[in-house]
Design a protein around this ligand. Structure first.
Ligand SMILES: [Zn+2]
Length: 244
């Protein structure tokens, strides 16, 4: 009897699609500037518009579903879910938006999250209020918080200003909910997570690697991200986003 049960169970397992047995793997990519590198700052924090377009085209041609955090619950239902995030709110992120517009078709809906520093909005090399409103209204870009002044949150005393005020300021500009926070430089700790939980549903680190759903406590506040750099080749990119 026991033997029959075992055979039955093995057959059942063999019959299940691989994806149901494998732990679900979701890449969350992190970018900064989408622009040509002109010698200012760190080259690796740039991805050229040409490379960004090739990378997004790869996702399009390989059946990925681009999500923003408002659709987090969809990771278990859509094919090959992936998140595209851009930190620091640079003006050149408009290049990413143009590429999204260009690649958009009826069957491919690009989507990305811009994490902006609320006190820096409108500076010369950063996105302006009207940029942010336009991006949020496009339905392609979700505008979320990267704090008010980009401090190391683990050493910051005024967490309320960095977390709550930045959220409110961005919401006022876009008219849409701010639910995700990217910790500046990826720095966080138990106290920062506890404070973040008061105002946000998600916290993003820069811990490398894809996200695996484990149902661990606080896992949505310790989301890992995969760096896409200036030197990332399309081959590297394909490996980084591989989900099966
Ligand atoms: Zn940053």
């Amino acid at each position: 009897m026991k033997k029959i049960l075992l055979i039955f169970l093995s057959l059942l397992l063999l019959g299940l699609p691989k994806s149901m047995l494998a732990q679900q793997k979701v890449p969350i990519l992190i970018y900064h500037s989408i622009d040509e590198f002109k010698g200012k700052g760190s080259r690796e924090l740039y991805v050229t518009p040409e490379n960004f377009e090739k990378q997004m085209t790869y996702l399009k041609n390989n059946g990925y579903t681009l999500l923003t955090f408002e659709r987090w619950q969809d990771i278990s239902t859509v094919p090959k879910p992936i998140f595209i995030t851009l930190d620091d709110g640079y003006k050149n992120n408009l290049n990413a938006f143009s590429i999204f517009q260009k690649l958009k078709t009826e069957s491919f809906q690009p989507a990305g999250t811009f994490f902006v520093i609320s006190d820096f909005i409108g500076r010369t090399n950063r996105l302006s209020k009207s940029d942010l409103k336009m991006l949020a209204d496009s339905g392609l870009i979700s505008i979320q918080s990267h704090t008010a002044t980009h401090p190391n949150l683990t050493k910051e005393e005024n967490l309320k200003y960095e977390l709550k005020e930045s959220k409110e300021k961005i919401q006022q500009i876009t008219g849409k909910p701010v639910i995700a926070l990217a910790y500046p430089l990826g720095n966080t700790n138990e106290h920062v997570v506890a404070e973040t939980k008061k105002y946000y549903s998600f916290g993003l680190t820069t811990t490398p690697g894809p996200y695996y759903k484990l149902d661990n406590k606080n896992e949505n506040y310790l989301l890992p991200r995969i760096y896409i750099k200036y030197s990332t080749t399309l081959d590297d990119f394909a490996k980084a986003v591989k989900v099966d």
